[in-house]
Every structure is written in structure tokens, then in C-alpha cells.
Design a protein around this ligand. Structure first.
Ligand code: 4NP
Length: 153
């Protein structure tokens, strides 16, 4: 099983969106049993809170199912539990590398080759959705190329 943890600052906007979008993508590919997908924050700002209403709205508009979410901060002891920790921006990556003692197993990466702007500040949940979608497609292609899994043709 491939275990992926998406990470952002508050764990109420970008990383839970990525989590629910990835879960839906994997369901459509019939691969959900091969993956465990979750999400975390780098801060305690929103600890225990549900996903932001703007994130719920954009997921609904795009027919992405979601369940009640509880924001939770990533901890250094989580390092061994996941294969990939995927940050939404450079700051998330920086915090994780510090938390994970410089990431010796190179599990930490950015979802896109640029920052996914924080809709908590910009208010633009649609842009975040579109960027996350590109990032997830890139991630799946990368995992398939590394023969981590095989898409059914
Ligand atoms: P997120 O957005 O990192 O995409 O979940 C944020 C949500 C809350 C805060 C910052 C970013 N906050 O500082 O409370």
C-alpha cells in the first residue's frame, strides 16, 4: 500500500482538498485499495477544525465527495508511517524538512513545481482547485513511471 500525506499550513483548505480530490481520482481508477491518503497541517492554527466552507463549495461544484474533516498537525513521529509527504508550498516543505531531520529518505516534495497559493488569504478556491488538480495528475504520472503502480488500460 502506498501512503501519502498532503500537507499545508492550516489543514483546512489546500491539503484536505488535495486529499479528497486524490481519493476520488483513485476511486475512478479503481486503485483506492492500493493507497492510503490523508492530510495534515504544519501549524496548530486550525487544530480540530473542519474544512473551510470555500473548500467545501469548490469540491461540491466539481462533484468531489468529501466527509467531515478534522484538521491536525503533522508530527515528527509520522515520518515512518508515510511514503510521501506532499507540501502545497515551499514553506510547508521547509517546515517538514526541519521537523523530519532533513528528510533522510527523501519523502518530502512539492505538489507542483510552484507554490499553490493559499486560498485562505487569496479567497480564490477555484485557482487552488485547478492547481491541485494539475499537481495530482503529475503525481500519478510520476508514480506510474516509477512503476509504483500500474493504471488499468
Ligand atoms: P491552508 O490555509 O493552509 O490551505 O489550510 C490556511 C488556513 C488557516 C490558516 C492559514 C492557512 N491560519 O493561519 O489559520
Amino acid at each position: 500500500m502506498i501512503k501519502i500525506c498532503f500537507v499545508c499550513l492550516g489543514n483546512i483548505c489546500r491539503s484536505p482538498m488535495a486529499m479528497f480530490m486524490m481519493q476520488e481520482k483513485l476511486r475512478k481508477l479503481n486503485l483506492e485499495k492500493d493507497f492510503f491518503i490523508t492530510s495534515r497541517a504544519t501549524s496548530y492554527e486550525e487544530q480540530g477544525n473542519d474544512m473551510h466552507e470555500g473548500a467545501k463549495k469548490v469540491l461540491q461544484e466539481n462533484n468531489i465527495p468529501f466527509t467531515k474533516h478534522t484538521a491536525s498537525k503533522v508530527q515528527s513521529i509520522d515520518y515512518d508511517d508515510y511514503d510521501y509527504f506532499i507540501g502545497m508550498d515551499e514553506y510547508n516543505v521547509k517546515i517538514m524538512k526541519y521537523l523530519f531531520h532533513n528528510d533522510p529518505k527523501e519523502k518530502v516534495s512539492l505538489l507542483l513545481d510552484r507554490n499553490i497559493e493559499d486560498p485562505w488569504y487569496t479567497g480564490d478556491f477555484e485557482k487552488a482547485y485547478n492547481d491541485i488538480e494539475i499537481g495530482i495528475d503529475n503525481l500519478l504520472n510520476k508514480l506510474e513511471k516509477k512503476k509504483i503502480f500500474q493504471k488499468e488500460r
